[in-house]
Design a protein around this ligand. Structure first.
Ligand SMILES: Cc1cc2nc3c(=O)[nH]c(=O)nc-3n(C[C@H](O)[C@H](O)[C@H](O)COP(=O)(O)OP(=O)(O)OC[C@H]3O[C@@H](n4cnc5c(N)ncnc54)[C@H](O)[C@@H]3O)c2cc1C
Length: 392
């Protein structure tokens, strides 16, 4: 949509094809329906939040910065607000308003929006000559492939762009899930499924036991493993097929070990004549209690006053380092973003033009870049779309 509008603004005759008939279906889902459309930060911070090929994006992100994106949407009549961590949303909290503003903009610029799925590129003598669609061929001398990744395929992003790029000779790095729930066969996930833990800290360690991620927030146990905002963020740091990962949850991140031990001691003194299984409910969610007790090695019916200092130390360690084994990342279809895609070495970073085929351009998630949560993925889409639209 960005590429189409910017190209039309420069006087080109533009047709936007989307199998959905209307563009922006995924955009409507973003930010839980609120659309975290960019991040109010400088280009440097933006690049730090892009783990894959940030240098490729330097030029596009410098020419269309988060501030430019904010000005663009404000001018389109979408008032914005900035929340925690620089996340920018429409004031209305409605992603639909962002889509409607873009649709109105495209209409005003005379972009023809057509239902249609591009099935192939027509290339003659090394340059684009047209596209084939499920409704017939369309002649054209410029094509911008902005087909997104291969996640949430019901939105229309089914990965078609990869095959189109490959047909023009482009290398496509294998699409991989990022910002995705984690799979686990740890019995604790089954025992705790449906439970959301707020204000916990999550740490991820690689196979060399080096921490690769640490964040604070909300996570959810599910029948297949773990989900929730910090889990999705963690998944973006869990790349590489042969790696093994170890997760550790700090259930009480606001308390240092010393403070948590003092708190345990206080509860244990208060409940000294109770069974151990009844002594932790002030500290933990009630569903967490039997799981922690089972892992602590202390019998549930033991009286609290008989719990030894060593057993308390073990409990303390468990509360600060609750382990969950991970079997892998969730499926690509469930990922918020697709890592991998069209190799950046074959795309001009300032113009998004193919280095292999004349008249061919790329924009958005189809390119081999991806970012962490916070509005950075859409910022990549706006900036690369703007670059492509400006140079066709
Ligand atoms: C649930 C969810 C929430 C998200 N929330 C956020 C968020 O808050 N902030 C953020 O920055 N990012 C978010 N993202 C990521 C963000 O939505 C994507 O990175 C972004 O939409 C990518 O834009 P795009 O234009 O490249 O691709 P898409 O938005 O996927 O659009 C691609 C379009 O191409 C069309 N298409 C596909 N194949 C063809 C074909 N053969 N012919 C014609 N058209 C075709 C599709 O129908 C689709 O409309 C979220 C993603 C998901 C799934």
């Amino acid at each position: 949509m960005m590429a189409a509008g910017v190209a039309a603004r420069r006087g080109h005759r533009v047709t936007l094809l989307d199998p959905n008939g209307v563009p922006g279906k995924k955009l409507r889902l973003t930010g839980k329906g609120r659309c975290n459309l960019t991040n109010d930060c400088d280009a440097e911070t933006c690049l730090k939040n892009i783990p894959t090929n940030p240098r490729f994006l330097y030029s596009a992100l410098s020419r269309f910065t988060p501030a430019d994106a904010m000005a663009f949407f404000t001018e389109l009549g979408v008032p914005l607000k900035t929340e925690r961590g620089g996340r920018v949303f429409p004031m209305s909290d409605r992603a639909g308003d962002v889509v409607a503003a873009l649709e109105g903009w495209l209409r005003g610029l005379g972009v023809t929006v057509m239902r249609g799925r591009v099935t192939g590129l027509i290339i003659r003598e090394g340059a684009v000559f047209g596209v084939t669609t499920d409704r017939g061929g369309i002649p054209c001398d410029r094509v911008v492939i902005a087909t997104g990744g291969a996640s949430y395929p019901a939105t229309g992003s089914t990965g078609d762009g990869y095959a189109l790029a490959a047909s023009a000779g482009h290398t496509v790095r294998p699409p991989m899930p990022s910002l995705v729930p984690l799979l686990s066969d740890d019995p604790c996930c089954v025992a705790l499924q449906g439970l959301t833990l707020r204000n916990v800290a999550l740490r991820v360690y690689n196979d060399k036991d080096i921490p690769v991620f640490s964040d604070f927030g909300e996570l959810l146990f599910t029948h297949f493993g773990l989900s929730g905002p910090i889990v999705l963020s963690a998944s973006a740091h869990m790349r590489g097929p042969e790696r093994r990962w170890r997760l550790s949850i700090d259930l009480k991140p606001a308390l240092s070990e010393t403070k948590l031990d003092a708190r345990l001691l206080r509860d244990f003194t208060q409940y000294r004549n109770r069974d151990f299984q009844n002594a932790l409910s002030d500290l933990l969610h009630k569903r967490m209690v039997p799981v922690i007790i089972g892992m602590s090695g202390v019998e549930p019916e033991r009286k609290v006053h008989s719990v030894t200092r060593t057993e308390r130390a073990k409990l303390l360690h468990l509360l600060k380092n609750f382990p969950v084994t991970v079997a892998g990342l969730g499926p690509l279809s469930d990922a918020v973003v697709t890592a991998g895609g069209v190799a950046v070495e074959e795309i001009h970073p300032a113009t998004m033009a193919s280095r292999l085929t004349g008249g061919l351009y790329f924009a958005g998630e189809v390119i081999d870049t991806d970012a962490y949560t916070g509005g950075f993925n859409l910022q990549i889409a706006w900036a690369t779309g703007h670059a492509a639209g400006s140079s066709v």
